[in-house]
Design a protein around this ligand. Structure first.
Ligand code: NAD
Length: 469
């Protein structure tokens, strides 16, 4: 088996040969990825079930279809993405060709987590392939079944000289990070992100960080609590709460909380039955280690568990759980929950709710549920987050025309659709000059005079700029 260095060297040699440059080649590889998903749907669903007891419905929706849609979007639009973008010119450059050329970066590294182990590995890869890069992907070792399946399928469908899967855990990833790449795209937790940035600093490698945090859901002036409860419960307990964009906690008034709780109970029963452990529609916690962390948080909270709370270590099961009377400094509020536990905090006014949210790091997603559009506008205007969605949770990230990424501590950069293509492209500023207008050009040469300076300032001033291509 090749060492990590040999793999990267092979990909670098391929990249230098220019194989990945023609758009037709990139499209052919994206189509191969489409075929991989189509031909192996059953195995993929099965692997995701082994890893997380992920229901087939969620596996298809959030892993296979989201990727198929992304691939379709990229294949349809790549022709326009690679077009030269002509720049506005001034008098001094009127006869020149001035444009931006999107060029691939080279050999890029994509490191993925375990919660959507296929989606979060392949979706950035779509942008990287579309942009013409060679790519090393590093799946999460925690989602073992998907990790092995990807390692088996990728070389069967994609060019082995251009794309490679490197497997392993923390130690192997650290070793990989010592190799020079042209871009590192990391999805995972903030602690590891710091070491990724440190490793990248050796070669000043640019980094995209797709991280997490605590995504709030503010509920104010919401008359239709039944609709709110359905959307909240679905987005929170999808994948057993192990989504980076899952609502992490709710902030609402005491009256709204009291109206919401019985409806959340009913909706949970409607979705998962009276014994959620027997429901085929509820995922499991990915590993005993993650189960223990979540149970530790539940053990430490000073809040009151009003729904759920049951668990089973052997089955890595935690019931959909709602906790009230949670203080701002509670154990459940000190770290991203990333599991099926929903704390509800109370603040009587939306302004106070916003203040609470703004005392924390900027989240990856921020949700507001309200019948009142002025509440939505106020929350949008007075907060900051990677993404924003009113009156629903999670689904804003499924639209390839919207960039997906964090801000501040929830991440650097974005991807999905054109944004993924841009992340893995260099925007090269190109100016192709001719030899005409030498008198005008000669104005810049010494000996310098006041007259030359006056003319030069006029030719380069924004007033003489024109949109002539
Ligand atoms: P993680 O950081 O533990 O693991 C992610 C990847 O990093 C894995 O491939 C793993 O092998 C590797 N890794 C682990 N330890 C390492 C180390 N010391 N050095 C180098 N590499 C190492 O993250 P996770 O637990 O797999 O994922 C959970 C976190 O990811 C949550 O915070 C969640 O919010 C975040 N997340 C973010 C997004 C997003 O799109 N923004 C999506 C999913 C998850």
């Amino acid at each position: 088996m090749d060492t990590q260095n040999q793999v990267v060297d092979r990909l670098r040699a391929t990249f230098r040969s220019g194989v990945t440059l023609p758009v037709e080649f990139r499209i052919s590889q994206l189509k191969q990825l489409m075929a991989m998903l189509k031909d192996n749907e059953e195995q993929i669903v099965d692997a995701l079930h082994q890893d997380l007891a992920k229901p087939k419905f969620e596996a298809i929706l959030a892993e296979i279809d989201i990727l198929t849609n992304e691939l379709h979007y990229a294949i349809t639009n790549i022709g326009s993405w690679v077009q030269l973008e002509y720049a506005a010119k001034n008098l001094a450059t009127k006869l020149d060709d001035c444009f931006i050329r999107r060029e691939p970066l080279g050999v890029v590294l994509i490191i993925a987590p375990w919660n959507y182990p296929l989606q979060l590995l392949i979706l950035p890869m779509v942008g990287a392939i579309a942009a013409g890069n060679c790519v090393v992907i590093k799946p999460s070792e925690v989602s073992q079944a998907t990790d092995s399946l990807v390692a088996e399928l990728i070389p069967k469908y994609l060019s082995k000289d251009c794309y490679a899967v490197v497997r392993g855990g923390a130690e192997e990833t650290k070793a990989l990070l010592e190799i020079r790449f042209d871009h590192i795209f990391y999805t995972g937790c903030q602690a590891v992100a710091r070491s990724v940035v440190q490793a990248a600093s050796v070669y000043l490698t640019p980094v995209t960080l797709e991280l997490g945090g605590k995504c709030p859901c503010l509920i104010y002036n919401q008359e239709n609590v039944a609709a709110a409860a359905h959307r909240l419960v679905w987005s929170k307990f999808f994948n057993a709460g192990q989504s980076c964009v899952a609502p992490d906690y709710v902030v609402c008034s005491t009256a709204t909380r009291d109206a919401l709780l019985p409806v959340i109970r009913q909706v949970l029963e409607k979705f998962y039955g009276t014994e959620p452990q027997k429901s085929p529609d509820l995922s499991r916690i990915v590993s005993p280690r993650h189960w223990t962390r979540l149970m530790g948080l539940l053990g430490k909270t000073s809040g009151k568990v009003v729904i759920g709370g049951e668990s089973n270590q052997e089955d890595k099961y935690i019931a959909p759980t709602v906790v009230v009377d949670v203080a701002e400094d509670d154990a459940l509020m000190n770290e991203e929950i990333f599991g099926p536990i929903l704390p509800i905090l109370t603040e009587e006014s939306v302004e106070k709710g916003i203040e609470l949210v703004n005392r924390k790091e900027k989240p990856l997603a921020l949700y507001v549920f309200s019948d009142d559009s002025s509440v939505v506008k106020t929350v949008m205007g007075k907060t900051s987050s990677g993404g924003f969605c009113a009156n629903d949770g999670i689904i804003h990230m499924a639209l390839p025309s919207l960039p997906f990424g964090g801000v501040g501590a929830s991440g650097w950069g974005s991807y999905h659709g054109r944004w993924g293509f841009e992340t893995f492209s260099h925007r090269r500023a190109c100016m192709l000059r001719g030899w005409a207008m030498e008198r005008l050009n000669g104005l810049r040469y010494p000996p310098y005079t006041e007259e030359k300076l006056t003319w030069l300032r006029w030719t380069t001033s924004p007033k003489t700029s024109c949109s002539m291509m």
